[in-house]
Design a protein around this ligand. Sequence first.
Ligand SMILES: [Fe+2]
Length: 423
Amino acid sequence: MNMNMSDFNFVPVKLRSLPVDVHLDCKVYFEKPLENVEQGEPDSELILLCENQTITQELTTRLKRAIFPKNKVYITHDYVVNNLFDKGHFLGYSEQEVADIRAGKKPWESNEPKAALPKKKIAKVKKLSGIEVYKDKIYELEKVIDRYDKVKSGAADMLSKVAESGKIDKEQSELISKDIQTQLVQEDSSLILYALNQIRTEDEYLHTHSLNVAYLNGLVGKWLKLSAEQQSELVEIGLFHDLGKLKIDPKVLNKPGKLTEDEFEEIKRHPVISLELLMKSGVRNKVILEGVIQHHEKVNGLGYPKGLGSKSISDFAKITSISDIYDAMVTKRVYKEPVSPFVILNEFMKTGYSELDIKYINIFVNCMIDELKGKVIIMNDGTEATIRLVNPRKVLYPIVEIDGDVVTTDDNLFCSKMKNLLE
Ligand SMILES: [Fe+2]
């Protein structure tokens, strides 16, 4: 029997609260279906997105991409009432709205101001975190970014001189290192971390990355309460670690796809070239030289250039490889979107142990979690939230604050990216 779509009563679902275990053997459309689409045979352009599938995070992401601009997906009224509501899945509707939908009303068509989505609440913690919401700190943040940008132009200049002359201007690099350390002492680390997250263009990738690893190394030095001299060494390792990339073909360096074996061999030359540049420039500090040449060594012996085991890799090289990976992942590049810090920290906790040093991962993750508290983040549904509590064993799902409510996050409502406060 053919029926017009107008014979159906569709219910828009607020995906944000769609339970993970809902089995959607119903029709889900990109848009409210066209009048001439027949029952059971939706227009292929509208696409039956998830018939007979369980909502998974992956699926939710696909739905979000397809539908979230409108923030809703339509499923049939009967299915919602007879299968979902009756099983206690209220799809984000309030009690009153559920009663209305059961009675055949369409609360989504009402002009009444929409009730806030129900949120999973936990007991409010009186003092959630020592750091106030970032919105109050925009002025300070602008100052930090301004200072960071000045150091960044110094780093760009240093690198272009190395590219031209094959040597490091030691006076200049010491000055940059001092600036970084002073900033790390004088300013709020979490604001500095924010500055590192600013979008960078492809042509400034190398000097920005080198600088950011220098800052991150300096932060770890600060967290570890190392001496000023050691902190300075760590910062300089960050500044110098990838200098060798100046001699690698940019087409290989910036290649978006998978590298061929030869291309990877080419890239693997860069720590050795960095070391040669340092030697040529008269750098003789063994700690710095080791940190640079070993920053791609892995504790499982599968790194390069030498495939050293954990005991042979210097502490500062181990720290640098963590900073290096963190910055590379958190960055938006031509071929990839930035990864949320929570996803990176979760990766470190889950799989980093085989390649990275367990002691330094724990320090890095725990300190980074502390710095992230109080920051503003954008959730996957576009809501703005403030990070309140993060459990290191469940780092992917921090507890956030949305409109004054404390909310737990999960596969359906999760942190998507840091908010750019200066946008
Ligand atoms: Fe590198």
